[in-house]
Design a protein around this ligand. Structure first.
Ligand SMILES: NC(=O)c1ccc[n+]([C@@H]2O[C@H](COP(=O)([O-])OP(=O)(O)OC[C@H]3O[C@@H](n4cnc5c(N)ncnc54)[C@H](OP(=O)(O)O)[C@@H]3O)[C@@H](O)[C@H]2O)c1
Length: 318
């Protein structure tokens, strides 16, 4: 059965390390060929479980390339894909690299990455600026905005952007007002939203009115929403999530994912799973619906964006 609102984010299947709460890096030596095989297995597993939306980026190591080959083999027009431009993966699959990705929001980078990303067509439906910020000036760069509009017209794709950080609302405000040739350019947003950082809830109406999807990333707060004794402040939240998990016979991960859907019923919520076990656990969120009262009680555990992103900064690449 096709899943309605859960999509797969491919960051964790494209590079050996990623931001999470693990304390120790994997002890096994990294093997690129086995890593690719595992990644393809996750894509197949997701597909077989009904996932038809996949999010990727050239910044996610080999994820985009893996997806291009996999899509050709699947040959299914029902699969929808989003990708992004603006980050280049530079760690060459070295788990101990000090720099993993480099950000560049120039027209040159857009054109360079589009050359590769367009191989995702015709499944590619959404092209996003990867982590748009005010300081890179990308939202004021008319050449970039015009080029994105041109790509939209040429390939019949939606243009969007992703946001990260404690000023997501500011970027959203700015981006929502941008027009090219009298058309609102950004019709889709991919943002962090979860029980802890609910700052985007105030834009619910605006986001759900757009022609493209609102995509929720980091719904599990990079793993912080999985009960963990290192986060003492969230003890009561974990207890409540545990009660709900028992009631619905799912894991706490599914409760956190279902929460996002309760607040944004039309959103696509990304699972960042890179194993069969996590994927299957995450997907169980599709089969439950929290009550209004449960959603309100979970909302009461929200923290300030500043605190959320301060804590996020402490997380390491594992
Ligand atoms: N700027 C951007 O555009 C941007 C930024 C970040 C993410 N994204 C997109 O969003 C997707 C999702 O983000 P994310 O994966 O970083 O965040 P996330 O979903 O908030 O967190 C994933 C973390 O939760 C853990 N987890 C998941 N299911 C679990 C389970 N059942 N039991 C225990 N732990 C579980 C994972 O553990 P493991 O580590 O063990 O798998 C991982 O550490 C990415 O793949 C990417 O496509 C986009």
């Amino acid at each position: 059965m096709k899943l309605k609102y859960l999509g797969l984010g491919t960051a964790a299947i494209g590079r050996p390390v990623y931001i999470n709460i693990k304390e120790n890096a994997d002890e096994k030596p990294f093997n690129l060929s086995a890593f690719k095989t595992d990644g393809l297995k996750v894509l197949d597993e997701a597909y077989n479980n009904g996932v038809r939306f996949f999010d990727t980026s050239p910044g996610y190591g080999l994820a985009e390339e893996l997806l291009v080959g996999w899509l050709k083999q699947k040959n299914d027009p029902n699969i929808k894909v989003s990708t992004k431009w603006g980050y280049t993966y530079v760690a060459n699959f070295q788990p101990d690299a000090t720099i993993h990705e480099v950000k560049e929001h120039s027209l040159k980078k857009l054109n360079e990455q589009w050359e590769q990303s367009q191989l995702l067509l015709p499944n590619l439906g959404l092209y996003q600026i990867h982590s748009a910020t005010l300081d890179t000036g990308v939202l004021d760069n008319l050449e970039v905005l015009k080029r994105l509009h041109e790509l939209k017209k040429m390939h019949n794709i939606t243009i969007g952007l992703s946001t990260t950080g404690n000023n997501q609302t500011e970027i959203l405000e700015e981006a929502l007002s941008i027009e090219v040739e009298n058309e609102t350019l950004f019709q889709s947003y991919q943002s962090t939203f979860n029980i802890l950082d609910q700052s985007l809830a105030q834009y619910k109406n605006e986001l759900q009115k757009l022609s493209g999807p609102f995509i929720i990333k980091e719904a599990l707060a990079n793993g912080r929403l999985i009960p963990n004794s290192n986060y003492f402040d969230y003890k009561n939240l974990y207890t409540f999530m545990g009660i709900l998990a028992q009631k619905y016979k799912v894991g706490e991960d599914a409760i956190a994912l279902a929460y996002c859907r309760s607040i944004f019923p039309k959103a696509i919520v990304l699972s960042g799973a890179n194993s069969k076990a996590h994927l299957e656990a995450n997907i169980r969120a599709e089969s439950i619906a929290l009550t209004n009262s449960e959603t309100e009680q979970l909302s009461a555990f929200g923290i300030s964006s500043d605190k959320y992103w301060q804590e996020r900064k402490q997380l390491k690449w594992h």
